[in-house]
Write a protein that binds this ligand. Structure first.
Ligand SMILES: [Zn+2]
Length: 315
């Protein structure tokens, strides 16, 4: 009998692994009713069973064409939701995407800094986003409204990464952050603070690596955004295969180098890669600066342990 009860128990555990968590409390919040589960996780009532579809028109066009087999799921744990299968360079038609619509009509620049490195090939490698200058600790904002899909440390090179899926059908990536200030499934409006800028992951000096993706494939952010005027270039984006690299897979994309954009004047920055035996005091004196200045530039304390290989800004 006991054996039978056990097998019934395991049967239920197997078919209701997480969603069947018992609700132990409900809390009314300004964001709607929140369920608190027995395993100490929580969820808003409106997010229960959320399928990730924020632009239903685009979703039905792209996923219903059986010759393309495009996929877009809602996954809080991986950067790319299609398991690297969407090849947008196979797109047959030109699709009209409304970047700014009536309800979600606002664009806010993610940071104030200038462009220090553009999208495209750089020393033979492809740079999948655009780099914007900032100091560690500067606020980073969501550029359009949407829902946070991913907010955690990424060991593929992005460091602390926030991904927001937007109502217009695009996703934006905000990488190398020093602090994450949003959680997955959180709703954000254009201009909401999502994190603080930093130098985490594969990064040589504080900056924001910013990407615009469509069904996991990166596009040149400057197709949509004018970073100098801090506005969207157009209310419309015509999505066609020419926007994407043929056969590009999301994996071979993050390449952060130090080479700046030609002709863009960037501040006289200088970096030091921490070696065995280095202390803040000897790094400061070798670079004619002070410990407090280095701490300020990198958002660290004089007592912070210096990890070997870390890149510290010294000027
Ligand atoms: Zn970058």
């Amino acid at each position: 009998m006991i054996k039978k009860l056990f097998s019934i128990f395991f049967f239920f555990v197997a078919i209701f692994p997480t969603r069947a968590q018992k609700i132990i409390d409900t809390v009314e919040t300004s964001n709607g009713r929140m369920f608190i589960y027995a395993n100490r996780t929580w969820e808003y009532e409106k997010d229960k069973g959320f399928d990730g579809i924020l632009n239903p028109r685009m979703y039905s066009i792209l996923t219903k064409d059986s010759t393309l087999n495009y996929v877009q799921t809602w996954d809080n744990n991986t950067c790319y939701t299609s398991a690297r299968k969407n090849d947008l360079s196979r797109l047959k038609d030109t699709l009209w995407l409304c970047v700014l619509e009536d309800v979600h009509s606002e664009y806010v620049s993610p940071v104030d800094g200038i462009v220090t490195s553009r999208y495209g090939y750089r020393n033979g490698k492809h740079h999948s986003g655009i780099d914007l200058d900032l100091e560690t600790g500067d606020t980073v904002r969501s550029c359009w409204s949407g829902k946070v899909r991913y907010s955690k440390y990424n060991d593929g090179g992005f460091g602390n990464l926030v991904i927001v899926r937007h109502y217009n059908g695009l996703e934006t990536f905000y990488a190398h952050l020093s602090r994450l200030l949003v959680v997955p499934d959180q709703d954000v409006k254009a201009g909401d603070i999502i994190g603080l800028g930093g130098n985490t992951g594969h990064s040589f000096g504080s900056h924001l690596h910013f990407e615009v993706r469509f069904y996991d494939a990166s596009i040149n952010p400057e197709e949509v955004i004018d970073f100098e005027k801090k506005v969207c270039k157009d209310e419309n984006l015509f999505v066609h295969k020419g926007l994407f690299r043929p056969g590009a897979k999301p994996t071979d994309t993050l390449d952060e180098g130090e080479s700046p954009v030609q002709g863009v004047p960037i501040a006289q920055k200088k970096y030091h890669k921490v070696k065995s035996g280095d202390t803040l005091s000897n790094i400061a004196s070798r670079n004619n600066t002070s410990i407090s200045k280095i701490c300020q530039l990198n958002g660290i304390r004089p007592t912070t342990t210096l990890q070997i290989g870390r890149s510290l800004r010294v000027k």
